[in-house]
Design a protein around this ligand. Structure first.
Ligand code: SAH
Length: 259
């Protein structure tokens, strides 16, 4: 059956795609890749005769038309996009018209940039007795936010925040976080181009200092902003240990007799 596969390429480095995603590239008849955020080196794994196009200058309609046309010619068509396709990936806008055109669709998950950023900075996003919740969000830029999801409301929970698409919007971020009661000394970690060879940059600071620190480090795009009480735990002398590994704690994979 002819199919368009939406494949998460992962955050940047070519070896951060899943084995399943790579395997699809090796048998793809056509690949539409998001050239602004996905490395063209992924194309080296495609067969020599594979047709490919960079979607960065295309409209949504042009992308869908390209995918439909290629699905008429090839059994395996790949739409390669950054990170994981379920996050800020315009998936429904592409899936709906493809389905209407009678093209089957399947998604292959990718390593999301928030996870790659946490790994790069040696950060855990959850910390026992501190925060057990992670909020993936953004602040409004050209894309508005739903009224119920203002950062000032989300940030009141005091949980970990991973801000996407927001690196140029520090004044908004600060205003919202201060309105939620955060202090100017709250720690912030910014990871630019996580996993990209020779381009990954990690910037640490506080709400007060981070904008300038990012400017100094040249981090202006493709950056993840991590905030919250779990930050810095790996570097701290003492942090509460996860109950998961407490001897008296038993769960499905490790019963108490293993104590
Ligand atoms: N689907 C992607 C997100 C796309 S939105 C995912 O799963 O991660 C684009 C935003 O993701 C960027 O503005 C930035 O905030 C973040 N991002 C993407 N790649 C990144 C990387 N390599 N390092 C840090 N942040 C990244």
């Amino acid at each position: 059956m002819r199919k368009v596969w939406f494949v998460g390429a992962g955050p940047g480095a070519v070896d951060m795609i899943t084995v399943r995603g790579r395997e699809l590239l090796t048998r793809a008849g056509a690949i539409l890749y998001a050239g602004s955020l996905v490395s063209p080196r992924h194309l080296e794994f495609a067969p020599a005769e594979c047709v490919h196009a960079d979607s960065s200058a295309m409209t949504l309609e042009e992308m869908v038309a390209w995918l439909v046309e290629q699905a008429g010619r090839h059994a395996t068509v790949v739409r390669l996009q950054t990170g994981d396709p379920s996050l800020y990936g315009a998936l429904p806008e592409m899936v709906r018209p493809l389905t209407r055109a009678g093209v089957a669709v399947e998604v292959v998950a990718g390593v999301p940039s928030f996870a790659a950023s946490a790994a790069a900075a040696l950060e855990s996003l959850t910390l026992p007795e501190s925060t057990q919740t992670v909020i993936l969000t953004r602040v409004p830029g050209r894309t508005p936010m739903p009224d119920t999801e203002r950062l000032r409301d989300l940030a009141r929970h005091g949980t970990t925040l991973c801000l996407h698409l927001s690196i140029t919007l520090w004044p908004v971020i600060r205003e919202e976080l201060f309105a939620a009661g955060w202090s100017a000394s709250a720690p912030v970690v910014v990871v630019g181009k996580a996993t990209w060879p020779d381009e990954e940059t990690i910037v640490r600071g506080t709400l007060d200092t981070i904008e300038e620190a990012c400017q100094r480090a040249g981090v202006r795009s493709q950056a993840m902003i991590l905030l919250g009480p779990a930050l810095g735990a790996c570097q701290a002398d003492a942090a509460p240990h996860s109950r998961l590994y407490a001897p008296e704690f038993s769960h499905g994979f490790r019963s108490t007799w293993e104590k």
